[in-house]
Design a protein around this ligand. Structure first.
Ligand code: URA
Length: 207
């Protein structure tokens, strides 16, 4: 038996994702979906944590070791820093929706391949439609490329609001630095703080 090509997985995934009407249905559909090869090596599906519907949706790169064990995004060290960053602008887990561009852990935490991201993309688009965020924040370069559909590096991309059209809806999105990068490069927290202030201002309607 041959493996589905990325484009087949994409169209099959699109049909399946579009047929779902709730996050519960979308998660069940992902659990049955075999079009992303990462599923074969991962322990668990990591769908989201936080609120089912939220004004702010944060999208990271991929589950890591802790996330794979718990079946939830951003529960390891990077996730703890992310929670602190959100708390600094007055947001708790229940105020946001947190997910990744792929739903399964890549072996050895490598960056997801374009095929892996393409396979998950229809589910991410449906997720965005169901969560109905006002703002999307991409965490790190891989998520920024996927969500903003651009190829520049994260240092050039970060901190600027852009309009992105996803599944027929136009949303406002911003890329910021990945919390795992901030753990390795604490001096960059200054830049992340500027981005957080922009997010706070947009959410409160001041910008
Ligand atoms: N890094 C990510 O990008 N996502 C996670 O869920 C955890 C770490």
């Amino acid at each position: 038996q041959t493996r589905l090509a990325a484009s087949d997985a994409d169209s099959e995934g699109r049909r399946i994702a579009r047929s779902t009407n709730s996050l519960g249905e979308l998660e069940a559909a992902l659990a049955r979906f075999d079009g992303c090869t990462l599923k074969a090596t991962a322990k668990n599906l990591c769908f989201y944590r936080g609120a089912p519907s939220a004004p702010l949706m944060l999208i990271g790169e991929a589950p890591g070791r802790e996330e794979d064990l718990e079946g939830k995004p951003f529960v390891g060290r990077a996730g703890q820093l992310l929670d602190k960053m959100l708390a600094a602008i007055g947001l708790a887990e229940a105020d946001v929706h947190i997910t990744n561009i792929v739903y399964w852990r890549p072996p050895g935490n490598r960056t997801p391949t374009p095929q892996e991201a393409i396979a998950c993309r229809p589910f991410l688009e449906r997720q965005i439609e169901l969560v109905k965020p006002r703002l999307i924040v991409a965490l790190g370069g891989a998520a920024a490329k996927e969500v903003l559909n651009v190829s520049e590096g994260i240092m050039r991309l970060r901190g600027k609001w852009r309009a992105v059209t996803i599944g027929g809806t136009t949303l406002t999105a911003l890329a910021t630095l990945h919390p795992a990068y901030l753990l390795r490069t604490p001096a960059a927290k200054q830049l992340a703080w500027l981005d957080l202030l922009q997010i706070r201002a947009r959410l409160s309607g001041d910008a």
